[in-house]
Design a protein around this ligand. Structure first.
Ligand code: AN7
Length: 348
């Protein structure tokens, strides 16, 4: 990390998340060695915390007072918590009506100022970049901030350790603004350049079918990404049409011999359901895209490949997208009713 040894980080003990071996999904697809890296177990429930500890510590060292980001939700929740921890102010700019409620609740309880702008995330980020340029008192916390990437790359180190000193064959992850795929690739490149590992994984970037500028560039073999004006998907975290780190992401995909592809909203919601019901992991919609992608990829990957799917965020934040109707569960008036209901639902 880019600090002197005596620096005390502004930390919530992020990272160290479980690498959970798949029980049901891998078997069903004929994939023998499939893991889910459960980033939803970070302090604010997403991988963003890995980078936020580094970037907020750096900002604090530099004497910044007011930290600003545009966000589809998780970055704002994470920034709010770390700013609170560090005694700094946070302002988060979100696209109005397009962020999961749980994430806004987090930002609010941690004391961030929330500003909603009409329009989408890309427009919100554009505004933030403009405002930060004009007002030096504001410190930019989007993943264009290189310290965010420095923190997020630690996922690569951790996976390597958790696999007993092995690099996986594939790392499959959702891609939105494209900071994370760039960061994880950087982590693996470092391990190799330090000769801690002797190989590299293939990076697989998954996008939602109607929010897929990176997958489009990959599929059309373009060396630049054309922004999508109207990105849409149930996976609100990755409803991004103009990814800031597109160049690094394309490089990570190409240099690693990986690929980028899309999955439909329907497939995403089905993968959320499978992760919850077969693995016991409740992830948000964006975080289920890698598992949704496995169905299309199984032949490409092969049965013996070591595959790590990054489950980037916790499902508890994003309850809108799973649409659970609690009214449909029975409400009982007393003991006899309860006994009967239990008898009816017990096999044999
Ligand atoms: C759960 O919070 O962009 O490709 O503003 O919340 O590094 O952008 C969130 C992104 C994947 C995509 N999974 O990562 C934000 C934001 C979840 C996310 C991504 C996000 P990047």
């Amino acid at each position: 990390m880019p600090f002197a040894r005596d620096v005390k980080p502004i930390s919530l003990q992020e990272g160290g998340t479980p690498l959970v071996p798949s029980s049901g999904i891998g078997k069903g697809l004929g994939l023998q060695e499939l893991y889910i890296k459960n980033e939803g177990q970070n302090p604010t429930g997403s991988f963003k915390d890995r980078g936020m500890t580094v970037a907020v510590t750096k900002a604090s060292q530099r004497g910044a007072r007011t930290l600003v980001c545009a966000s589809t939700g998780n970055t704002s929740a994470s920034l709010a918590a770390y700013a609170a921890r560090g005694g700094l102010e946070a302002v988060v700019i979100v696209p109005s009506g397009k962020v999961a409620a749980g994430k806004l609740v987090q930002a609010t309880v941690h004391g961030a100022r929330i500003l909603r702008v009409k329009g989408n995330f890309d427009e919100a980020l554009g505004l933030v970049l403009e405002v930060v340029r004009e007002n030096p008192a504001l410190y930019l916390m989007n993943s264009i901030n290189p310290y965010r990437i420095e923190g997020q790359k630690t996922l690569a180190y951790e996976v390597f350790e958790q696999l007993g000193g092995r690099v996986p064959d594939y790392v499959v992850l959702p891609v939105g603004n494209a900071g994370n795929i760039s960061a994880i690739w950087k982590g693996f490149l470092e391990l190799k350049s330090w000769r801690i590992s002797d190989r590299l994984p293939r990076m697989v970037g998954v996008q939602a079918a109607e929010a897929a500028p990176i997958a489009e560039a990959y599929e059309k073999k373009r060396d630049h990404v054309k922004p999508w004006g109207d990105a849409r998907t149930v996976a609100s975290a990755i409803r991004i049409g103009k990814p800031a780190s597109w160049k690094k992401a394309l490089r990570a995909i190409r240099d690693s011999g990986g690929l980028s592809m899309t999955v439909t909203d329907r497939e995403i919601l089905q993968a959320v359901d499978e992760l919850a019901s077969k693995e016991g992991l409740f992830v948000e919609a964006a975080s289920a895209t890698p598992v949704a992608a496995l169905k299309h990829l199984r032949r490409t990957l092969g049965p013996r490949a070591t595959i790590v799917c990054v489950a980037t965020g916790n499902g508890l934040k994003d309850q809108e997208s799973v649409k659970v109707d609690l009214e449909r569960t029975p409400e009982l008036s007393g003991g006899p009713d309860l006994l009967k209901a239990l008898r009816d639902s017990t096999p044999g």
